[in-house]
Design a protein around this ligand. Sequence first.
Ligand code: NAD
Length: 591
Amino acid sequence: MATQIKTVGVVGMGTMGAGIAEVLARTGHDVVAVEVDAHGVTRGRGHLEHSTARALERGKLDETARRELLDRISFTTELADLADADLVIEAVPERLDLKSRIFTELDGIVRSDVMLASNTSSLSITQLAVQTKRPDKVVGMHFFNPAPVLKLVEVVRTVVTDPEVISAVTELAHSLGKTPVVVGDRAGFIANGLLFGYLNHAARMVEERYATRENLDAAMRYGCGYPMGPLALLDLIGLDTAYEILDALYRQSRDRRHAPVPLLKQMITAGLLGRKSGRGFYTYAAQDSSTVVPDAATPSDGESGVQTRPIGTVGVVGTGTMATGIVEVLVKGGHDVIVRGRSNSRTQDAVVAITRSLDKAVNRGKLSESDRDAALGRISTTTSLDDFASVDLVVEAVAEELDVKRGIFATLDEVCKPGAILATTTSSLPVVECSAATARPGDVVGMHFFNPAPVMKLVEVVATISTTADVVATAGQLARSWGKVPVTCGDRAGFIVNALLFPYLNDAVRMLEAHYASAEDIDTAMEVGAALPMGPFALLDVVGLDVSLAIQRRLYQEFREPGFAPAPLLEHLVTAGLLGRKTRKGFRDYS
Ligand code: NAD
């Protein structure tokens, strides 16, 4: 495009508009910021003062640069003041009527060659484009929250956008230090299209009291390495904005997983909008504050008051990856452990694997030699479950086969002393199946570790309808004593993490299958826009497509949710033997 973009109009100086204005001013653009009234101006200024003060504190800006940045932004309450703008970015609330009106007005104010961009998260850019006499110059420029930090910008083209406009906006995004990804005009684009089903699902879990807000958020942080949990993220996004986005997604997808859960509406009606109102799923120190303060729902420190059971010696059934990892956690935690394998050679291999892992920790300076020797000294091995007669806890970690597990639990029931806790680390079978194989269902609990067990902090403590409160409390307290983060949840397929994670991964496969975006662009959008440690395809290839498909099938079978049906492309890749990294080919090639 011929015009140089010097002066940019930003309409709406809320959460996003203020962030966008800051990004523009930081890179030398003059910004004319439009708000609805004087109060809006004061708030917009406040956002900028606050955000740049934080950048100053963190040494990312000096005082002069901050002053210059703020001086480049002027405020007005009149759209007419945008007459000289070279580009306008709209960031008013997510309502089509409001945005349409603003686009029509802007069309009559700015020069005819000027591009008009919307920061909408979910509304149709095409609908906005047709409100103007320049539909070819209307584009989506979707920044992520917080705009000064997150680098993704989804550049949205419609069927009538001039390709030169796309190039110009892409170039601008690069010059702002952002990573642009060009996408078509579909509700939610890439990132929100994938993220909001997951966020709504998490809100539904709270509504159903399946898990507490703290447990849900901790599960995704410690189980998946996400920078924040889904409910904290909803509070950051703003529940009203999230509602509008879900509503728009639902209208287009007719996927009931996008239908905003009633709890969101209730919270919005009660004024609980998240950080911006000082209260949402959590309570904050003040409006617009990120500091969470305790409220009535905050769990009290320490134990629940339930008497826990003393746990000394532990029996571990199994010698595979999870079993050896769990033995390592246990012996480091000071327990004597009896490992039961199907043969002496298997138990010996397990001990070798644990020794190797502990040696590594010594080499990295994370463990002293004497602690390693003491830990190894706590391990004994057997091939018979009869040796578990006096253990206080058993952790079963054998193959994910129901009959095998049930057989083991039936034997444990005969062998173990009364009061011993029997735990399974199954990731997808119902824990109650194990408990039903015993005559002591109250003592059976799920303890779902994540791979690699010595590294991953999360343990999902799964209570069946029969598990007693002291068994749940003991499992939680034990996990904490090993330096883990326990979360409690009910006995449903996928527990918390897999139930929230895999449908999202499956949705990404469907998006790819629909040719909406490439695997690379989808991974970039989720890594850069949502700050996830890995994009969905990179993660699927690591987990293994066969394992992922099995989990997705289990979720579908249990919930009969049409949206959980495995994506045909995932099925086909598995049938073709392309399972991800382990076969060097999955969604990507690995040589
Ligand atoms: P917000 O409620 O924080 O801010 C909206 C601002 O627009 C308010 O300050 C309001 O006073 C102002 N406004 C309302 N009517 C106006 C008018 N007629 N003229 C000028 N200003 C007006 O909302 P937000 O979270 O900043 O969202 C803005 C847009 O950005 C929405 O389209 C949203 O979907 C999108 N978005 C939001 C996020 C997010 O995480 N919050 C991320 C990306 C994109």
